[in-house]
Design a protein. Structure first.
Length: 203
């Protein structure tokens, strides 16, 4: 397995805040952090394109803030799901701190629409922004997180309880139990093994 494969988590096609939460992930080699280094973070952000702003502009400080935002969202996810997995626990333990982190990043940059006169005399709408590239990137994730977690009572967010998994997923189908097919297969295999082990022990 190459370093690139180790640092890129499974992309489940979830909302960007949940994809950000899932940058902490696990495989048979252990738990990984896809925001561990600037290179890892840019690799992951590029895989998400074109949703976030240009990942090439992410600074070291911006990366630290992105990890803080990720940890805040993991804390919110754990609270919403009553997550029982100790190995999935967020590095941010305070729910108040998590809320402050999300809200702070949601307001660090501004985007607005304005009318402008073009060279040929027509009027057009243009988007304007204020804030650093880091601010714009963090705001993109944070504002979506506000919308997502703001539906707290209706947010059908789940933990994946397959052996060893630390991911979260949005339950988008009544029969969905796992974050991915691979985790579903692993969970069924573990149940099958446990069932046969119990049978063998009683014979």
């Amino acid at each position: 397995m190459t370093a690139d494969q180790l640092t890129l988590p499974p992309l489940l096609g979830q909302a960007p805040p949940i994809d950000l939460v899932n940058t902490i992930w696990a495989d048979r080699h252990g738990i990984h952090d896809s925001l561990a280094t600037p290179r890892d973070a840019r690799h992951w952000l590029t895989a998400l394109a074109p949703q976030p702003p240009n990942p090439a502009n992410l600074s070291d400080n911006g990366l630290a803030r992105l990890r803080d935002l990720r940890n805040a969202l993991r804390r919110l996810a754990a609270e919403r799901t009553a997550d029982p997995r100790s190995r999935a626990a967020s590095a941010m333990t305070s729910l108040d701190t998590a809320l402050h982190t999300v809200n702070h990043n949601a307001r660090t940059a501004h985007t607005w629409q304005a009318l402008e006169l073009t060279d040929d005399g027509t009027v057009t709408e243009r988007t304007h922004t204020s804030g650093s590239p880091d601010d714009l990137l963090l705001r993109a994730f944070a504002t979506e997180a506000v919308t997502l977690f703001g539906r707290w009572n209706d947010l059908d967010l789940r933990v994946c309880l397959a052996p060893g998994c630390v991911l979260y997923f949005l339950k988008d189908h009544p029969r969905r139990e796992w974050c991915s097919t691979a985790c579903g297969n692993r969970a069924r295999a573990a149940r099958h093994y446990a069932r046969h082990s119990r049978t063998a022990a009683t014979e």
